[in-house]
Design a protein around this ligand. Structure first.
Ligand code: NDP
Ligand code: 2IT
Length: 449
């Protein structure tokens, strides 16, 4: 045992030494590698083949200049990225994030997560992530279009339906995918629909892709609760965020009979004791692209609180972080546990810090880790790729049914490996081991790659 623990520690030291300031990347590598030690013990061939050292190094990283002109005629320069992390089991696949905080550490963490998340889906997709420090907030449609066109003018040479297939993430939704696809098609002069996912339904997008991450999160959480005989119906749920993932997590939680009492954006959160009025949230966020603060103006019983982090002080049975990384730190985890939370389901990527996860586990809180619980989005992206390959579109019910089945499989395989290798309720270890084994085995079969 000590041998493999030491091997993992050596690799973590190497990650830190190579990129000392990439904290997010270091944390995600730590989360995965420390939990696969029991698997490494039983499979010394991975160490001999230096699988860990290979996995922590991206196959390719591209950074590029994105020049564009704003509505005032001023020239703006942003930085664009694509991290092509691992293509063992399929073309690189993963979203694009447009947010001022974007840097290489964040994109490497997201790409690393994506490799294992994608493996969990059981579908043929490798892992990647990209984006820019461009901030879409407050920009006109025209500015967003000019930015997307410039971004794609460079990205086009690095992607393709069998090479690398981007999609949305924070700051990239249907509008941005439309502009990106339009520019790709113009440059390539070829209708390669499978080059991007999250497309509009009228140009080869998949029904249910918009809803998939949030719905998938609830399917996963329901499996986890069912196994413990806990009913979602009547439970009080706290959700953070009010973007794509949060919106459809709220929708499905409500369908399952739960009462969702909060949602948030980066400025603050709303608490509605009557349960969140989702149509109002959609109107504010999807139609007006406004701030969540506006909700309180039309809902007299609702309270608006500045500061998004305090959402975790609201008493609830189930917490669903659906905004961004590190939004639940140890302090927030303590507040949730003190208020009697029973389960946490991660809709965002790495929303809980490592010490928060440890605290939940010590307190026997049911914990659904991001790479398993939010895999429904990318899984449905892979279903969109499948539909594009056969030039057909499936019904909403067909896609949603497949999504439900995929989330059940992910839950069951994570649970099985938790039971085989770790604490039987440790779905973090279970999911990591399931995914790691699949990627590592394929890398072994491919030789020294
Ligand atoms: P959106 O851009 O649609 O929404 C993001 C939401 O999170 C907004 O409410 C935003 O508020 C809030 N937010 C963003 N950054 C911060 C921050 N630094 N601090 C506080 N709040 C913040 O993105 P998505 O819903 O698509 O993504 C949310 C999370 O889910 C991300 O972690 C993403 O990686 C993950 N994810 C997304 C998938 C997808 O299919 N879209 C799939 C799997 C995971 P504001 O408007 O104020 O910025
Ligand atoms: O984090 C994620 O899984 C996503 N943003 C979705 C990626 C995708 O390719 O659909």
């Amino acid at each position: 045992m000590a041998d493999m623990k030491q091997y993992v520690q050596d690799v973590l030291d190497l990650v830190k030494k190579r990129d000392p300031d990439q904290e997010e990347f270091q944390n995600t590598v730590k989360e995965v590698l420390t939990t696969v030690v029991p698997l490494l013990e039983k499979n010394p061939q991975y160490k001999e083949a230096k699988i860990l050292e290979r996995m922590i190094e991206a196959e390719r990283i591209i950074t590029f200049r994105v020049p564009w002109q704003d509505d005032k005629g001023e020239i703006q320069i942003n930085r664009g990225y694509r991290v092509q992390m691992n293509s063992a089991i399929g073309p690189y696949k993963g979203g694009l994030r447009f947010h001022p905080s974007v840097n290489l550490s964040i994109l490497k963490f997201l790409a690393f997560e994506q490799v294992f998340k994608n493996a969990l889906t059981g579908l043929p997709i490798g892992g990647g992530k990209g984006g820019s420090d461009f901030d879409p907030k407050g920009k006109s449609d025209n500015e967003v279009m000019h930015f997307c066109q410039s971004f794609m003018t460079e990205l086009v040479r690095h992607i393709g339906p069998n090479v690398d297939v981007p999609a949305g993430d924070i700051g990239v939704g249907g509008r941005e995918i439309g502009y990106l696809f339009g520019q790709y098609k113009r440059i390539r002069d070829s209708y390669d629909a499978g080059v991007l996912t999250g497309k509009g339904v009228d140009y080869w997008g998949s029904l249910a892709r918009t809803e998939a991450t949030g719905y998938g999160l609830l399917y996963f959480v329901k499996n986890m609760l069912d196994a413990k005989g806990i009913d979602l119906k009547g439970k009080t749920v706290v959700v953070s965020g009010s973007g794509n993932v949060a919106t459809y997590a709220i929708e499905k939680a409500q369908t399952f009979g739960a009462k969702v009492v909060t949602c948030s954006d980066s400025n603050g959160y709303v608490y509605d004791p009557d349960g969140i009025d989702l149509d109002a949230v959609k109107e504010i966020k999807q139609v007006r692209r406004g701030r969540i603060k506006e909700y309180a103006a039309t809902h007299p019983k609702a309270e608006y609180h500045e500061g998004c982090k305090d959402v975790w002080t609201v008493k609830c049975d189930i917490a669903l972080p659906c905004a961004t990384q590190s939004e639940i730190d140890l302090e927030s985890a303590k507040a949730l546990v003190a208020n009697g939370v029973q389960a946490v389901g991660e809709g965002a990527n790495m929303p809980s810090t490592l010490d928060a996860i440890a605290y939940f586990q010590q307190n026997k809180i049911l914990f659904a880790p991001a790479k398993a619980a939010n895999a429904g989005g990318v899984a449905t992206s892979a279903l969109e790729m499948a539909q594009n390959s056969e030039r057909l579109q499936w019904t909403f019910e067909e896609v949603d049914g497949k999504l439900n089945g995929i989330m059940k499989n992910i839950y069951e395989s994570a649970k099985k490996n938790a039971e085989a290798y770790a604490d039987p309720d440790d779905l973090v270890a279970g999911a990591n081991i399931t995914a790691f084994k699949k990627v590592a085995d394929v890398m072994m079969v491919h030789g020294l790659v």
